[in-house]
Design a protein around this ligand. Structure first.
Ligand SMILES: [Zn+2]
Length: 123
């Protein structure tokens, strides 16, 4: 990915700090905002909460703000009356949609409970 000078529009290397054309200082790249899966789900993922089978219908309804009940009804109707196309689509989505990443509270490694408070031995 090339960066471009904001003054003269010259294409420069990614790690260039000064423009070789006009000598202007390059702006450091702006870091993308952190990804919080719990607040706004924009990616197509299979959520871990609210799923019935694999979370495909719940993930689609989360991503596009659809009612999950209608997504499930349409999937079942397509499976029964659409020659199994609903089931086929469900299996394809199941394969291609990643599972929602696990979320842990900050500073706590997964699977390790906090140590119990120290109990002095009774006399
Ligand atoms: Zn320049």
């Amino acid at each position: 990915m090339a960066v471009f000078c904001r003054n003269c529009g010259k294409s420069l290397a990614d790690d260039a700090r000064f423009c070789s054309g006009c000598g202007g200082q390059m702006q450091p790249p702006v870091a993308p905002p952190p990804y919080y899966p719990t607040t706004t789900v924009t990616r197509l993922v299979r959520p871990r909460m609210g799923r019935m089978i694999a979370g495909v219908c719940q993930g689609l309804s989360n991503a596009y703000a659809w009612d999950v009940v209608w997504v499930r009804v349409i999937t079942v109707l397509l499976t029964v009356f659409g020659g199994g196309s609903g089931l086929l689509a469900y299996v394809i989505f199941w394969i291609v949609m990643p599972e929602e990443p696990l979320i842990f509270p900050p500073g706590m490694p997964p699977g390790v409970p906090p140590p119990p408070p120290y109990q002095p031995p009774s006399q």
